[in-house]
Ligand binder design. Structure first.
Ligand SMILES: [Zn+2]
Ligand SMILES: [Zn+2]
Length: 228
């Protein structure tokens, strides 16, 4: 596995690279050890600096995307945004950003972000994204993927809980075929009642389940504690 040539961390998903090697993140890719723009980048920006970025549970201001990396000082142009769930929503304009090279990932992220001069902003609009840059669209795609993966995982867990509960209740019937038929008929709605119909249900209220099946069957099929 390749390591980031700046901080030494293993490079997993990042596609940032230059002739020197690979980088683990934009913070390493767009960094130098002086936290300083080269004269050309200094000229292409104004002293109007963006304040820090701040997010709480993914809500706040962030930098997203990356383009126009300077071969001299390694600074990049990033968009500053108000974000929700780390997805950029409201654009606050492009900035040229340089990060302080970190020796380990526990070091705080330090950066300088200057507003572009109007000429530089016009040029920046035409530049293509750096390869692998986390553009707003990509961030949105990641958010959707994580959401879908969570739903899929929960779906599997739900099915397992449903099946194991059903097996358990059927076992409680023993050889009683009337009981078994009643359970096959009424299990589904009663399972929903016993989990409160919640998608993220982790537990089943077995007393509710047994009562529900008994009520629907019209006779005592299960004791309120079906495992006993
Ligand atoms: Zn790194
Ligand atoms: Zn530069």
């Amino acid at each position: 596995m390749e390591r980031c040539i700046r901080c030494g961390r293993r490079v997993l998903l990042s596609r940032y690279r230059d002739d020197a090697g690979r980088y683990c993140s934009i913070h390493c890719y767009a960094s130098n050890s002086n936290l300083a723009f080269c004269p050309a980048c200094q000229d292409a920006t104004t002293d109007d600096r963006a304040g820090g970025t701040f997010t709480f549970n993914g809500i706040g201001t962030i930098f997203a995307g990356a383009k126009g990396r300077c071969p001299e000082c390694h600074s990049v142009i990033q968009g500053r945004y108000i974000a929700f769930a780390w997805v950029p929503i409201v654009p606050l304009g492009p900035r040229r950003v340089i990060y302080m090279a970190r020796r380990s990932i526990t070091d705080p992220i330090r950066f300088v972000a200057n507003r572009l001069t109007s000429d530089a902003a016009v040029d920046a609009a035409r530049l293509p994204s750096e390869r692998g840059a986390l553009t707003p669209l990509r961030r949105f795609a990641i958010l959707i993927s994580v959401f879908l993966a969570t739903v899929a995982a929960q779906e599997i867990e739900n099915r397992q809980l449903r099946e194991s509960t059903r097996d358990e209740v059927l076992l409680a019937c023993g050889d009683n075929s009337v009981c078994q038929v009643a359970i096959k008929q009424h299990f589904a709605p009663c399972f929903d009642a016993a989990t409160g119909g919640q998608f993220f249900a982790q537990t089943v209220d077995k007393a509710t389940l047994a009562e529900c099946i008994n009520r629907k069957a019209g006779s005592l099929m299960l004791r309120t504690s079906p495992t006993r």
